[in-house]
Design a protein around this ligand. Structure first.
Ligand SMILES: [Zn+2]
Length: 68
């Protein structure tokens, strides 16, 4: 469960990030360049009260593993 940083109410999770006008999503990567390690697609949580959005990664335990 995610709590809105603005109004402390419960956020709705699990939305996808999409670039308007295209089917592309965005990805988070560690490092830069072609050899950057690709991490999983971020998800979005939306606050139903104030509209605040928050990007997050679901399997953050894997991220910790990858970073050593
Ligand atoms: Zn809010």
């Amino acid at each position: 469960m995610r709590i809105c940083p603005q109004c402390q109410c419960e956020m709705l999770e699990g939305f996808d990030v999409k670039v308007e006008g295209a089917a592309y999503g965005i990805k988070i990567s560690a490092g830069t360049g072609i050899f950057a390690k690709r991490l999983e697609k971020p998800k979005v949580a939306v606050c139903p009260q104030c509209g605040e959005i928050s990007l997050y990664i679901e399997h953050v335990d894997q991220l910790r593993k990858n970073r050593g």
